[in-house]
Design a protein around this ligand. Structure first.
Ligand code: S3P
Length: 440
C-alpha cells in the first residue's frame, strides 16, 4: 500500500492513541502464567500484540475477546487471559510465529526457558535479521538449551527449558527486552536472579510482576527477583502508548500555530525522554491530569507549536528512554534552526530495520541535510523539507516518522509499504487525517 501525504499548515484538537504496546505484550505474557483470569482493558490490538496472543494460544492459553478480523476491527479491546498458573504451557504442535515482534520472541524465550518441552520460534524476514544471542546467553547460563542460526543466534530459535538456576547478569546493552526475559525466567529459578543494567530501560515488567505478586526489588540499576512466587491474576488498565502519541506531539511541535492534546497517555519516566527533548528544542509541553493506573503514570499532554525549533545535542543515558522516538527526533532536527547531534544510538541499527541508515537515506531525499554516523546522525536543519517518494523499509516507526516529515514538507510525499503501521498502530493514517481536519 502507498500513502500520499500533503504538507500541512495547521493542526489542532484532541487525540487518543491506542494502548501501550510494551504493556499489552507483558499483560498477556504475565497473565498467561498467573493463577486465575487476568482482564486487560485497553489492550492494543495490533499485529505485534496479536503475535504474542497467537503464540500463547498455540501453547494452550485461552484468551477471550479477540475478534476474528483483528487488528482491523478495533484499536483496543478488553481481553481475558486464562492463566495456567506457573510454567504449565502445553508443548506447541507447530513452530511458533513471532511475526515482526522482537518483544514477543525475546520475552517468550524467557518463559520457555522454564518449560521442559522443545519449541521453535520463528519470525518474518525482519525478525530473522535480529540477534537473539543477547537473550540466549543469559538464559543458557540459567540452564536452558537454546540454538539459533549463525553467530548471533538469529531466528528460527529452538529452546528446551530445564530446571533453572539463578544468576547475576551484567547486561552488555541497555535493553528492556533482555532484562524482561531474564526476570521472567528468574521467576522460575532457584534463588535470587539479578540483572544489572548499563542504563535505565523501560520498567513495565518490574511494575507488572510486582502487581501480580512477584518478589522483586530494585536497587538503582540492579533488579532482583526471588524465584518461586505464584502470580495472581489482575485487572490491568493499559494506558495510551507514548510512542504512538509522540508522532502527533512531534507534528504539533513543528507547526507554529498548532495546539494539540493527547489524552490518557502513559508517562512512565523510563519512556518519556522525548518530552525532555522537545522542551530542550524550545517547545511548550504541558502535562495535566496526572494519575496512576495499574501502577503506571498516565496523563494528558498538550503540545504548543513553536516558531522554529532549536537544534539539540543528545546522547548517553537519555537515549534508552526515547529509543523508539529517535527516528522521529531526526525528522524534527531536519527542520530545526542549526546543527543537531544524536549519538549513542547504535541499537537503532538492529531494530525492525537499520533505522539510522533508513532515516538518513529517506530524509536526504526529502531535502534534509543529514549525515549518517555509526551510532546516530548529524543533522543541519533546513527551513522546509520537500515532498518525495520514500520507502518505509517495512518498518512501522520509519513509515510513521516519514509521514510526519511529509506533513512538514512542501508538496506531496509518497510513502511505499505504508501498511506496516499495523504492527503497532493500525489506525494511524485515519487519526492523522482526522487531526488535520479538526477545528480549533
Ligand atoms: C521494548 C524494548 C525496546 C524497544 C521495543 C520494545 C519492550 O527494545 O525498542 O520497541 O517492550 O521491551 P530493546 O529491549 O531492544 O531496547
Amino acid at each position: 500500500m502507498r500513502k500520499v501525504i500533503r504538507g500541512c499548515e495547521h493542526v489542532a484538537g484532541t487525540v487518543e492513541v491506542p494502548g501501550d504496546k510494551s504493556i499489552s505484550h507483558r499483560a498477556l505474557l504475565i497473565g498467561a502464567i498467573a493463577e486465575g483470569i487476568t482482564t486487560i482493558e485497553g489492550c492494543l490490538i495490533a499485529e505485534d500484540v496479536l503475535s504474542t496472543a497467537r503464540c500463547l494460544t498455540a501453547m494452550g492459553v485461552r484468551i477471550e475477546g479477540l475478534c476474528a478480523n483483528a487488528p482491523l476491527c478495533s484499536a483496543s479491546a478488553t481481553l481475558s487471559v486464562h492463566g495456567v498458573s506457573g510454567a504449565n504451557f502445553s508443548a506447541p504442535q507447530d513452530v511458533l510465529d513471532a511475526g515482526n515482534s522482537g518483544t514477543t520472541m525475546r520475552l517468550l524465550l524467557g518463559l520457555l526457558a522454564a518449560h521442559r518441552f522443545e519449541a521453535t520460534i520463528d519470525g518474518d524476514e525482519s525478525l530473522r535479521r535480529r540477534p537473539m544471542d543477547r537473550v540466549a546467553k543469559p538464559l543458557t547460563q540459567m540452564g536452558a538449551h537454546i540454538s539459533g542460526q549463525g553467530d548471533k543466534c538469529y531466528p528460527p530459535v529452538s529452546i528446551r527449558g530445564s530446571r533453572l538456576r539463578a544468576i547475576e547478569y551484567q547486561m552488555p546493552v541497555a535493553s528492556a527486552q533482555v532484562k524482561s526475559a531474564i526476570l521472567l525466567a528468574g521467576l522460575f529459578a532457584d534463588g535470587v536472579t539479578s540483572v544489572i543494567q548499563p542504563a535505565a530501560t523501560r520498567d513495565h515488567t518490574e511494575r507488572m510482576l510486582r502487581a501480580f505478586g512477584a518478589d522483586l526489588s530494585v536497587d538503582g540499576l540492579k533488579v532482583s527477583i526471588i524465584g518461586g512466587a505464584t502470580l495472581r491474576a489482575q485487572r490491568v488498565l493499559v494506558p495510551g502508548d507514548f510512542s504512538s502519541a509522540a508522532f502527533f506531539m512531534a507534528l504539533a511541535a513543528a507547526i507554529p500555530s498548532a495546539k494539540l492534546t493527547v489524552k490518557g497517555v502513559g508517562l512512565n519516566p523510563t519512556r518519556v525522554g522525548f518530552i525532555e527533548a522537545l522542551v530542550r528544542m524550545g517547545v511548550d509541553v504541558r502535562v495535566e491530569n496526572q494519575r496512576v493506573a495499574s501502577g503506571e503514570p498516565v496523563g494528558d499532554v498538550t503540545v504548543i507549536g513553536c516558531e522554529r525549533l532549536s537544534p539539540i545535542n543528545i546522547s548517553g543515558e537519555i537515549i534508552p528512554t526515547m529509543i523508539d522516538e529517535l527516528p522521529l527526533l531526526a525528522v524534527l532536527c531536519s527542520v530545526a534552526n542549526g546543527e543537531s547531534l544524536i549519538r549513542d544510538a547504535h541499537e537503532l541499527r538492529i531494530k525492525e530495520s537499520d533505522r539510522i541508515a533508513a532515516m538518513a537515506s529517506e530524509l536526504s531525499s526529502m531535502g534534509a541535510d543529514i549525515t549518517e554516523l555509526p551510532d546516530g546522525w548529524r543533522i543541519v536543519g533546513v527551513r522546509r523539507l520537500r515532498g518525495a517518494q520514500v520507502k518505509s523499509y517495512g518498518d512501522h516507526r520509519v513509515a510513521m516518522s516519514l509521514a510526519i516529515a511529509g506533513m512538514l514538507a512542501d508538496g506531496e510525499t509518497i510513502i511505499d509499504d505504508a501498511e506496516c503501521v499495523s504492527i503497532s498502530f493500525p489506525q494511524f493514517w485515519e487519526l492523522l487525517e482526522g487531526l488535520v481536519g479538526q477545528p480549533d
